[in-house]
Design a protein around this ligand. Structure first.
Ligand SMILES: Nc1ncnc2c1ncn2[C@@H]1O[C@H](COP(=O)(O)OP(=O)(O)OP(=O)(O)O)[C@@H](O)[C@H]1O
Ligand SMILES: O=C(O)[C@H](O)[C@@H](O)[C@H](O)[C@H](O)CO
Length: 179
């Protein structure tokens, strides 16, 4: 069977890591944290409160794409986080990888800013959130995937995301335990 690939996209703080790990656990898929593929210079820049440019993001997107290709080559279904704010970035991730679908987590800036403010030990400062929204191009109806609101609690957002993507956990009893 063809492996499934889900890329969880959206602005910083929208819950990509939280939801992607939830899907990975429930589905038994491999998971990668997109932030781990940033060159150190990108992390330093974001930590200093400076938004990344297209040039900064290019090597990062390539690395994430390479990781996905490795999973597919091994027949592994996978879920990976990557803000992929622009359609061009998502096109890079999809190019040559027909399995890719996007889960775009989204809500208004006020809600996400509050969650970022409460989050500890993360390099991304909440001051960068307005630039994330300014750069964001919403997932288009002609792109593969779904848009899900993140207003609900974590188990509900994970459940809504999986339903929207048509994903059923191999062991349905597992979901209650994890929720
Ligand atoms: N549905 C939710 N309800 C309440 N809090 C949430 C929800 N989803 C995520 N959070 C919290 O919001 C914060 C941001 O979530 P998370 O780190 O998963 O976002 P992210 O999109 O991966 O961020 P980044 O792109 O900056 O790495 C975390 O502290 C997380 O625990
Ligand atoms: O494209 C970007 O501007 C960045 O990559 C960010 O979105 C971060 O990777 C991440 O969200 C940090 O928390």
């Amino acid at each position: 069977m063809e492996p499934d690939v889900v890329i969880v996209v959206g602005v910083s703080g929208t819950g990509k890591t939280t939801v992607a790990t939830g899907i990975s656990t429930r589905m038994g898929w491999t998971f990668a944290e997109g932030d781990a593929f940033h060159p150190q210079a990108n992390v330093d820049k974001m930590r200093a409160g400076v938004p990344l440019t297209d040039e900064d993001r290019a090597p990062w997107l390539r690395r994430i794409g390479d990781w996905i290709s490795e999973q597919v080559a091994e027949g592994e279904s996978c879920v990976v986080t990557c803000s992929a704010l622009k359609r061009d970035y998502r096109d890079v991730l999809r190019e040559g990888r027909p399995q890719v679908r996007f889960l775009h987590l989204h809500d208004d800036m006020e809600l996400i800013a509050a969650r970022m403010a409460a989050r500890k030990d993360h390099f991304m400062p909440p001051t960068l959130l307005p630039s994330q929204f300014a750069t964001l191009q919403m997932l288009g109806p002609d792109e593969p995937g779904v848009v899900v609101t993140v207003r609900d609690d974590v188990p509900t957002v994970i459940r809504n995301s999986m339903t929207a993507l048509g994903l059923t956990p191999p062991d349905p009893a597992g979901e209650e335990v994890l929720a």
